[in-house]
Design a protein around this ligand. Structure first.
Ligand code: GLY
Length: 354
């Protein structure tokens, strides 16, 4: 499989997965957005201190004029205040409609910078250079951009596809182990959504083939985004484990991280689907073994009723039905509708206490 994946959505763009590509980003960006142009390089303080200068050198070496916007790392910065400062930084840097924003960082940076690019001058080009495993396989691809509001996460955003995505596996070496493990949950998720070969690859050490693993995840996300860019249908398969996962995150007051919560949510979903006769019995034990292999949790500390209440409290959810992504056999999942008043029973079938 190639490590250059072309996404044909409302914009056509390439996702390249290559070791060392960050230091060559200038030439890759120049190939689609030829200099001279202005670029606004957006990153948080942590990523900026690790990789900002490497990227800056590469961008300037091919003739770009680069300004930098750096914000305090963490989800609490993904808000309208940082967004407003980012818009102003773009204006002060003199960015025109032919210039671009370059997002260097994890999901917070990508979502924030992507939304700024979607809205500044009614939309300028955005290049995503994800530095976490989670951002490489999920948030940097597919065009979901957003900021959080005080009343909830990602409540204000836009679908806005990037112009280029560059994933450098070298940067994963500076990623703290807890973040790497978190990203592994989303990688594993792709295997159970629709890639049995990925499940085989994941039985070997990740370090044996990081580019291949990441590229397989991106290729699957590409297929789902191309089929359903606006997330009204099959793209929702990417939510495997997320209904229970979001509930676990919320009930733990976000002390259980996203990837770990998704791991717990996936196993609940697999066990419940098996109990309901939707899924073959080999999947849940296979998934439990896989999650444990990557140091991810498999036990749910919350009751079925607590999980259902927390899952249904999501402000973006409406109506009497909920759509769940559920595994049906090894390496295959489907969307299944469930009445919301059956959700607690569903979690109980998945092994959560009553
Ligand atoms: N993160 C899920 C999606 O992009 O649809």
């Amino acid at each position: 499989m190639t490590n250059h994946i072309t996404v044909n959505a409302s914009k056509t763009y390439t996702v390249s997965v290559e070791r060392g590509i960050l230091a060559r980003a200038g030439e890759r960006i120049a190939a689609i957005l030829p200099p001279p142009r202005r670029l606004l390089l957006v990153s948080d303080d942590t990523v900026d201190s690790l990789w900002g200068n490497t990227l800056l050198l590469s961008l300037e070496s091919v003739g770009f004029t680069v300004c930098r916007f750096t914000f305090l790392h963490g989800e609490s910065s993904k808000n309208t205040d940082t967004l407003c400062r980012l818009w102003n930084a773009a204006a002060q840097a003199g960015l025109s409609r032919s210039d671009a924003i370059v997002a260097l960082g994890g999901g917070v940076t990508g979502d924030l910078a992507g939304f700024a690019a979607a809205t500044y001058l009614r939309g300028i080009a955005c290049v995503q250079i994800p530095t976490t495993l989670l951002a490489m396989v999920d948030s940097s691809v597919g065009g979901k951009t957003a900021v959080d509001l005080p009343s909830g996460k990602n409540l204000c955003g836009a679908f806005f596809q990037p112009s280029l995505v560059l994933c450098d596996t070298e940067v994963l070496h500076t990623l703290p182990a807890e973040y790497f493990t978190d990203g592994c949950a989303e990688v594993i998720k792709y295997g159970y959504i629709g890639d049995p070969l990925l499940l085989d690859l994941l039985k070997k050490p990740f370090a044996d083939s990081p580019e291949q693993i990441i590229a397989r995840c991106v290729a699957q996300k590409r297929d789902l985004v191309e089929a359903d860019e606006q997330d009204t249908g099959v793209r929702q398969l990417l939510n495997l484990g997320h209904t229970g996962g979001h509930a676990v995150e919320r009930l733990s007051d976000f002390s259980v991280s996203h990837g770990r919560a998704v791991a717990i949510g996936m196993l609940l979903a697999a066990r419940a689907a098996t109990a309901r006769g939707i899924c073959t019995p080999d999947v849940a034990p296979h998934m439990q073994d896989m999650l444990m292999r990557y140091g991810l949790p498999t036990d749910c500390l919350f009751s079925a009723t607590e999980l259902a209440e927390a899952a249904l409290a999501d402000k973006k959810r409406r109506g009497d039905e909920i759509t769940l992504a559920l595994p049906t056999s090894l390496g295959k999942s489907e969307l299944v509708k469930l009445p919301t008043d059956g959700l607690a029973d569903f979690f109980a079938a998945g092994g959560a206490r009553r």
